[in-house]
Design a protein around this ligand. Structure first.
Ligand code: BV8
Ligand code: ZN
Length: 234
């Protein structure tokens, strides 16, 4: 029997079988580039074109990727469960593409751009982007990817909502994350402190594994639908 409310926290691993490279895996995104070279405000100030070339490359890559059965299962959970919260560290938008309506994007979204000078924010799915770095259509200054870089604070309201969902849940599913990036990696521990059951879906060991009540050492695209087939409410 599934103890509800249920909260799910996803990381890059949930999109791996859709073809989106993870950050720290063998062919990981950070391998060819160090995080501090590109995903920081300092790197952007120093060389906005280099950072934008990396993001434009990732956008073109992600544009070819489709949600996998793990994304679709999480969308089904949102429909089937009275209280379900989906929290993601991913910026690829694949949860929304799979039909999830309420997605707490802790680290922003690669398809959204925001101005470094005025308050302009826009969705722009064009690949490649016509001009790099893209100018703000409102004031002409630099647009940046609307993602959270290292050393930047997460969007306060989204983090608060995620924190509360972790505190309140009876089951937390942690899917495809190396549990190394803070403060996202603290959410499963907050759930544990609240007495929740922690189920980890990850082919590899993580710092969370020893805290998990159940570890499913398998890729999520197969393991999550299988798990849901057993535990979903009839
Ligand atoms: C902040 C967006 C306050 C950009 C990203 C303590 C407290 C607070 C901050 C810190 C702290 N300690 C350190 C920090 C600083 C830093 C941090 O955590 N550093 C780490 C590296 C030690 N945190 C921050 O800077 C955060 N800001 O806290 O603000 C503040 C303010 C000012 C000064 C100080 C603090 C902001 C962090 C957000 C960074 N932005 N992304 C972009 O994407 O371009 S992080 C990036 O890593 C992605 O979002 C990614 O999701 C995230 C985490 O990685 P994972 O998702 O876990 O991916 P990874 O590749 O690591 O792992 C994949 C996993 O999947 C693996 O385990 C693998 O086995 C598994 N897998 C593979 N295939 C499959 C699979 N699983 C299932 N199925 C499969 N098929
Ligand atoms: Zn502007």
């Amino acid at each position: 029997m599934l103890d509800t409310p249920v909260t799910a926290l996803t990381g890059a691993g949930v999109s791996a079988e859709s073809g989106v490279p993870t950050f720290r895996g063998e062919e990981g995104l950070w391998r060819r580039h160090r995080a501090d070279e590109l995903a920081t405000p300092t790197a952007f100030r120093r060389d906005p074109l280099l950072v934008w070339e990396w993001y434009d490359w990732r956008r073109r890559l992600i544009d070819q990727c489709r949600p996998n059965p793990a994304h679709h299962t999480l969308a089904s959970m949102e429909q089937a469960l009275n209280v379900f919260t989906l929290i993601t560290q991913n910026v690829d938008g694949l949860h929304q593409a799979a039909g999830s309506n309420n997605v707490l994007e802790l680290h922003g979204n690669i398809w959204r751009l925001r101005c470094t000078a005025c308050n302009h924010v826009c969705e722009d799915h064009r690949v490649p982007l016509p001009d790099l770095p893209p100018p703000c259509p409102q004031c002409g200054q630099l647009l940046r990817p609307d993602v959270v870089w290292f050393g930047e604070s997460l969007p306060g309201e989204i983090l608060d909502t995620a924190w509360a969902a972790a505190e309140r849940c009876r089951t937390i599913l942690v899917i495809g994350t190396s549990a190394t990036v803070q403060p996202a990696a603290s959410l499963p521990l907050v759930a544990l402190r609240g007495g929740a059951t922690l189920v980890e879906f990850n082919p590899a060991e993580t710092p969370l594994s020893r805290h998990a009540h159940r570890v499913i050492r398998a890729p999520a695209a197969q393991a999550l639908p299988d798990w849901w087939a057993v535990y979903r409410p009839s």
